[in-house]
Design a protein around this ligand. Structure first.
Ligand code: TYD
Ligand code: MG
Length: 454
């Protein structure tokens, strides 16, 4: 039942971070805690709806499951294998894919490069950010012009839809959603209502004409997708492009994917000729590993189906303050506290008067418990100031009893280590890897056991 219709326009305040609505303005959003994020939105009263009767011509008819063709699922490759990997094997027809990330991270670059590689497709690239001339200058840097790539400078969403329906391209790119607007709405481009409306307009367009569509969305510094969660649930896939300003590495990951897993990552390097795919990320992450320094270990995590070796750096320093500092970059804070508690209770090492810093090199984020052992060992190395032997890899999840627990995909991890010239691999004793490996395998039963062997 529709609520009783009022006949006056109503003012509400909408949080631009999370979309929460409030009848009154407030400095801080009650739902997500963001400051200064409420914007005024005028809501027109809804007209009472007539009784629902579906147009017989537009009615869908039920189909037998086995008679439904799955041809739509055929995937189109993007020409960039790291991007294909994150998408789950390529682009699904009619899907709407959100590409988000901080300004300047490389969203426009990767999409332009993709367009230039998909040479057999008719592609419409709608830009509200750069002029066609700027796009051409960028295209000059990254590759050769394809025949069928069309650039449309347009910010009015109705015009975008009209042009797309006219042209019926094989692929549509909209850069960015924050520059698009509906003329008949009062709120500014980039505001929650505009972003919501423009996204649903693009959704309709993509589904009705089966045009796969990439939409760029900027993210603010807090990491929430601007215009934000509202978009996330509407689209088929959300790709997040991240990296540090100071480094050239870029990591693309799927946060949501209706057509594939969200575990895979794509790794790129920003060069003066656009983004370069990094097919062996482990090599990149180990490139500048310092030698003969304490507090550094190497670990191996699975990112989807791919093992990636990375470097963990830790620093432990005495503090005069009663509550010591714990800082992590790329590693879970709670997990760090757990490891510290295990080190204290099971190995008798006290970190109560020291600050602890953990940093994972290369902008990688370790979400997998298999990194525990390496982090623990690095912290002990930092505390006691001894160097962990070169070419040694640590794999294992830490249990609260101080035991080393088995991890999945052990053979893949060991093979990755071997291919990068590691000579020793400390693995959970319970993991019994099958096969012969050209490196020494050291089974670990407990953290104490590993520390004794070092
Ligand atoms: P861009 O794709 O415009 O970022 P976004 O669309 O996410 O805002 O990336 C711009 C940055 O990348 C800019 O700082 C310049 C740099 N860049 C290169 O270093 N090399 C290149 O070949 C290109 C095209 C961009
Ligand atoms: Mg851009």
């Amino acid at each position: 039942m529709a609520a009783k219709a009022t006949n006056k326009a109503k003012t509400v305040y909408v949080c631009s971070e999370c979309g929460n609505e409030s009848p009154k303005w407030a400095g801080q959003c009650a739902a997500c805690g963001a400051w200064n994020s409420y914007f005024e939105e005028i809501q027109q009263p809804e007209k009472p709806l007539p009784a629902m009767v579906a147009d017989p011509l537009k009615r869908a008819t039920p189909k037998r499951l086995r008679e439904i063709s799955a041809e739509n699922e055929l995937r189109q490759t993007t020409g960039i294998s790291e991007l294909d990997r994150v998408l789950g094997g390529g682009i699904v027809k009619g899907s709407l894919i959100l590409v988000s990330g901080e300004p300047g991270i490389g969203k426009s670059t990767i999409l332009l490069q993709m367009c230039m590689k998909m040479r057999d497709m008719r592609i419409l690239y709608v830009s509200g950010e750069e002029s066609p001339r700027q796009i051409k200058l960028r295209a000059d840097r990254v590759g050769e012009y394809p025949e069928n790539l069309f650039i449309l400078p347009e910010t009015d969403i109705a015009a975008v839809v009209a042009r797309t329906e006219e042209m019926v391209p094989d692929l549509l790119v909209v850069d960015s959603i924050q520059t698009k607007y509906r003329e008949d709405m009062t709120s500014a481009p980039g505001s929650v209502p505009q972003v919501r409306e423009c996204t649903s307009e693009l959704m309709r367009l993509a589904k009705a004409n089966e045009i796969p569509t990439f939409v760029v969305s900027h993210v603010n510094k807090e990491g929430a997708i601007a215009g934000p969660k509202v978009m996330e649930h509407m689209v088929d896939a959300v790709l997040y492009f991240e990296g540090e300003r100071s480094s050239d590495h870029r990591i693309l990951r799927a946060i949501k994917n209706r057509f594939g897993s969200t575990n895979e990552i794509g790794v790129f390097e920003m060069t003066d000729r656009g983004l370069r795919e990094v097919t062996n990320p482990s090599e990149l992450f180990l490139l500048d590993k310092p030698e003969n320094v304490s507090g550094i270990s190497t670990i191996c995590v699975m990112e989807g189906t791919r093992p990636i070796i990375a470097e963990v750096q830790t620093l432990v320093s005495k503090t005069p303050f009663p509550s010591p500092r714990r800082t992590t970059v790329g590693f879970d804070y709670q997990r760090l506290n757990l490891i510290l508690a295990v080190l204290e209770r099971r190995c008798g090492l006290f970190f109560g008067t020291t600050d602890v810093y953990v940093n994972v090199i290369g902008g990688l984020r370790l979400d997998e418990p298999a990194a525990d052992l390496g982090v623990a060992v690095a912290m002990v190395s930092a505390m006691k100031d001894f160097v962990i032997p070169e070419k040694t890899l640590f794999i294992g999840e830490l249990g609260l009893a101080g035991e080393i627990r088995a991890v999945s995909g052990i053979e893949k991890r060991i093979n990755e280590a071997a291919s990068l010239g590691f000579t020793r691999c400390v693995i959970p004793a319970r993991n019994r890897p099958k096969g012969n490996f050209p490196l020494e395998i050291i089974p670990a039963y407990s953290l104490k056991d590993v520390l004794n062997k070092l």
